[in-house]
Design a protein around this ligand. Structure first.
Ligand code: CA
Length: 360
């Protein structure tokens, strides 16, 4: 009697019943899925495109071939800037890129990539996984028949490449600079002319003087793009992108059709990629920076403190203006700001305090 009660309480009966049911329904577990994933990246683009290919390979192994994901680079199946529409419409099941690429259509999406003077990579992960960020992301994407997961982060980026020195905010006036997202809007407030160019177009535009400056990623990727041949001043820090998150977008209908165990495999693999990409940048950036400095004689410079201070003030104005234009932007902005405030308060006695301790 006691034993039966114990089993009942422990839910063992339910477990056994569940096990039997699973055993009698092998067709469900055996169902195979062949999906397509399109990215916004060039083929063989290190860390990003290669990370996505590893993600697909891992899922194939973990699911024992039940979920096969074929990966296409930007332009191979759909143009890079159309991956959002392709996944939303269901012509492909998955996409990989940056949520702020869709700012024209979904202004609130920018919070899920990067906010100038916003959260760093650690803060973004805390907000998304444990601070309500991911739930807001689902809410923002729901009407587009999409769901999304964080999948990659570059860590704090570099401020960018400039053909001339930046000594004051006045030096930004009239400057043609490639910079996407909210950072571009802040630059416009400072009097610059922000332009949006895909990765493959940046070098030529800078080399020909069509643009005067550009941001891209960080030393590891910027070295490969050869930007040092077109501009010699390389500024830090990337105030505009302090820890940009990359996104895995998934067609909602396709996602709902996936058995729970395969959903778990996808979520777990995306989380592993999120960490792996960030770790790879962290491990490789400094060596590339040294190469730029010693081999290519690049001038590595910090933005003057008053320039950063003024950009920070312009960021606050920009965010308030954007919030007044779009209700969903306002909702996410308020949640993000509240989280950032508490994150900074915690950082004051953890990360920021430790950074100070290292200099003691
Ligand atoms: Ca960037």
């Amino acid at each position: 009697m006691k034993r039966r009660e114990f089993l009942k309480k422990a839910g063992v009966g339910t477990l056994l019943a569940g096990g039997l049911m699973t055993a009698s329904a092998p067709s469900h577990a055996a169902k195979r899925f062949n999906w397509k994933l399109v990215t916004t990246w060039p083929p063989n683009f290190p860390i990003f495109q290669e990370g996505v290919k590893r993600f697909a390979k891992d899922i194939r192994k973990m699911s024992k071939g039940r979920l096969k994901i074929q990966v296409f680079a930007g332009g191979e199946l759909v143009p890079p800037m159309q991956t959002f529409d392709a996944v939303s419409q269901g012509s492909v099941e998955m996409g990989h890129g940056s949520a702020y690429y869709w700012a024209g259509k979904v202004p609130a999406a920018q919070f899920f990539t990067a906010v100038p003077f916003g959260l760093n990579a650690q803060g973004m992960n805390a907000w998304l996984y444990h601070g309500g960020g991911l739930e807001l992301w689902q809410e923002v994407y729901e009407r587009y028949n999409l769901t999304a997961l964080p999948m990659g982060n570059t860590g704090v980026q570099m401020g960018g490449w400039f053909r001339k020195e930046i000594n004051s905010l006045a030096d930004l006036k009239g400057l043609k600079i490639r910079i996407p997202g909210l950072g571009g809007k802040v630059m416009a407030k400072a009097g610059a002319n922000p332009v949006l160019l895909a990765g493959g177009e940046i070098y030529t535009a800078l080399e020909r003087g069509t643009i005067d400056a550009t941001e891209w990623v960080g030393p590891y990727h910027d070295l490969r793009l050869g930007l040092y041949r077109a501009a010699k001043h390389y500024y830090y820090p990337g105030w505009h992108e302090p820890g940009p998150t990359l996104e895995l977008s998934i067609n909602k209908k396709a996602w709902d059709s996936l058995p729970k165990d395969l959903q778990l495999i996808v979520r777990t693999a995306a989380m592993a990629s999120n960490l792996n990409m960030l770790s790879e940048f962290e491990a490789r950036n400094l060596e590339a920076l040294h190469t730029l400095q010693s081999k290519y004689k690049v001038q590595i410079k910090e933005f003057p403190a008053d320039v950063l201070h003024q950009l920070r003030e312009l960021t606050q104005i920009t965010l308030r203006e954007e919030a007044a234009k779009d209700a969903m932007f306002k909702k996410v902005y308020e949640a993000y700001r509240t989280f950032q405030e508490s994150n900074e308060a915690w950082s004051a006695v953890s990360e920021a305090a430790y950074a100070r301790a290292l200099k003691s």
